[in-house]
Every structure is written in C-alpha cells, then in structure tokens.
Design a protein around this ligand. Structure first.
Ligand code: GLU
Length: 287
C-alpha cells in the first residue's frame, strides 16, 4: 500500500500528460467564497483546494494506475466530478490507494476524505461510515480460465479453490453461503490472477465489472454465469457527515441528468461494458 501525491511527486512530463488526459467535461467549478455552508466539509475542502480520494490502483475500468502514475477508471472519474464541483483542480487531488479491507478504517481515521473504490453500500459498513450513491450497480460473479467449463455458477464451488479478497463482500458471501468452497484470500484482486493462471486456484470471485476488466486485459480468463448478488457502489465518507453525503447525492443526480456521469462511464468502463441504467440514489437515514 502506498500513497501518491499527484503533481507533487510527478515530474513536469507527467504533469503535462495529466493535463492532456484530464477529461474535457472535467471543468472545475468557479466556487465563490461563502458558496458552501460555513463549517461544512464542502467549505473546508473548497477552501483548502485539496481533497484526498481513496481508490483502487489495480482494477482496470474502475481504478487503475497507468504507467505514467495517473489513476484512471470510472471510480476515478466520479472522484474528479466531486473534486471539480468543489472548485478543486486536478493538482489538488491526492489519490491514495485503498484495498478492500482498509476502506472503512481510512475514512474513520481521516487518511482519505472520500472513498470511490468499487465500494458496496451495506448495513455492516454503515455502522462505521456513510455512503453517498449508489452511482453504479454491480453484482458478484465468477472468473475461470477460458477453457474451464466445469464451473458455471456459485453452486459449482464445492471443493473448488476460490480466490477473493479480504474485507470484500464477495468473500463474505462465499464464506457464509458456500461453506464447501475452499476460500483463499489476498489483499487485492490482482493477487488472484497468477494463481488462476497457474492452476493454484480454480476460480476468482468478485464483482462482474472488476472481473470484466481482467478478462479485457487477458483472454486466458472468462467470466462465467450471471451475477448472483447486488453490489450497489457508493462513495464512502465520514458517518456523521449527512450534509456532505446529501450534497454528493445532489451532485450525483445532477451528473446523471446533465451527462457528466454517462461521459465518465463512456470514457472508462463503457469502452468494454454496456451502458448501465441510471441508479436511484439512496437517501437513507442514519440511526
Ligand atoms: N464491491 C465489493 C466490495 O465492496 C467487491 C469489490 C471490492 O472489494 O472492492 O467489497
């Protein structure tokens, strides 16, 4: 795990590359002083001109660090939309790698301001943090070697070596509902790829869209069967910060309406995956 401060850590060449690949819809809002309520997280971030965003660094289509050090993907674009609306320019965004198991902790201890990282909204996680969104609905699926026709769905997992990631909902689902599977857990999904290639594990499980990213990069793999859970992706933030959560929820709805969300999709995951339905933002109450 490591963090990267963009711009600060990168040389001038990379800075130019970043500017060149900043999306054309990524216009940074002109934020007037006093635009956000005094004392709000929005005001604090806008005043600082900086935001730290936790995302995945090894998941193609959603959050992947490119060779030039720039993270790219749909989650990254969602993070950029939030930063831009706060008037924070690209060089004010610090991208921090989060893995599945450290996301709640990183929000709780302030390592990051928000997490946008294929992060399923669920009640257990809501005990520790809050979620804006969802901004996408994924589902758990299975990935095998392309020449394997033995495994078609979760009911075929008994006795199979199943690779997944600590602290993830797909791993928890296998543990609870498919106890005859031999679950092997790593820190991130790329740790499962070599073992799958070598035959040390039979199957990798996580969300369909994460697996689709690995298949797009390597046709030795295939996604099998239909998704068998619902994984609504939310933006993780501090649990008591309802004002910030509702502000992000409003922004997401605007972005659904004005094309920013779909542009972000089309530039990233949409190069491989079909256009999603517009999600319904969940404005739940915190007890
Ligand atoms: N969406 C699932 C989760 O939040 C799986 C993907 C991931 O581990 O990031 O646990």
């Amino acid at each position: 795990m490591f963090t990267r401060t963009k711009m600060a850590a990168l040389g001038a060449v990379a800075v130019l590359a970043l500017a060149a690949c900043g999306s054309d819809d990524g216009e940074v809002a002109d934020v007037e002083p006093g635009e956000f309520p005094e004392g709000s997280t929005m005001a604090a971030l806008a005043d600082a001109g900086e935001i730290t965003i936790g995302t995945k660094f090894d998941q193609p289509l959603f959050g992947l660090v490119a060779p030039d050090g720039t993270p790219e993907g749909f989650d990254v674009e969602i993070g950029r939309i939030i930063a831009a609306e706060l008037g924070i320019p690209e060089d004010g965004i610090e991208w921090t790698e989060t893995v599945s198991a450290n996301r709640e902790q990183f929000v709780e201890d302030g390592t990051v301001d928000i997490v946008v990282a294929t992060y399923t909204i669920n009640d257990e996680r809501k005990e520790r943090i809050s979620f804006a969104g969802p901004y996408y609905n994924a589902g758990q699926a299975l990935m095998t070697l392309a020449d394997n026709d033995e495994i078609q769905g979760p009911d075929d997992l008994a006795g199979k070596r199943v690779c997944s990631v600590e602290g993830s909902t797909p791993a928890a689902n296998i543990e609870e509902n498919y106890p005859d599977a031999q679950l092997e857990l790593f820190a991130s999904y790329t740790d499962c790829l070599e073992p799958l290639r070598n035959g040390q594990v039979d199957v990798v499980t996580t969300d369909n869209v994460i697996l689709a990213g690995y298949v797009a990069e390597d046709d030795a793999f295939q996604v099998v069967g239909e998704p068998f859970t619902e994984e609504p992706y939310g933006i993780g933030l501090a649990r008591d910060d309802t004002e910030f959560r509702m502000w992000i929820n409003d922004l997401l709805e605007e972005a659904f309406d004005d094309g920013r969300w779909l542009d972000a999709w089309n530039e990233t995951a949409g190069t491989v995956l079909p256009e999603p339905e517009v999600p319904m933002v969940d404005r739940y109450e915190v007890e």
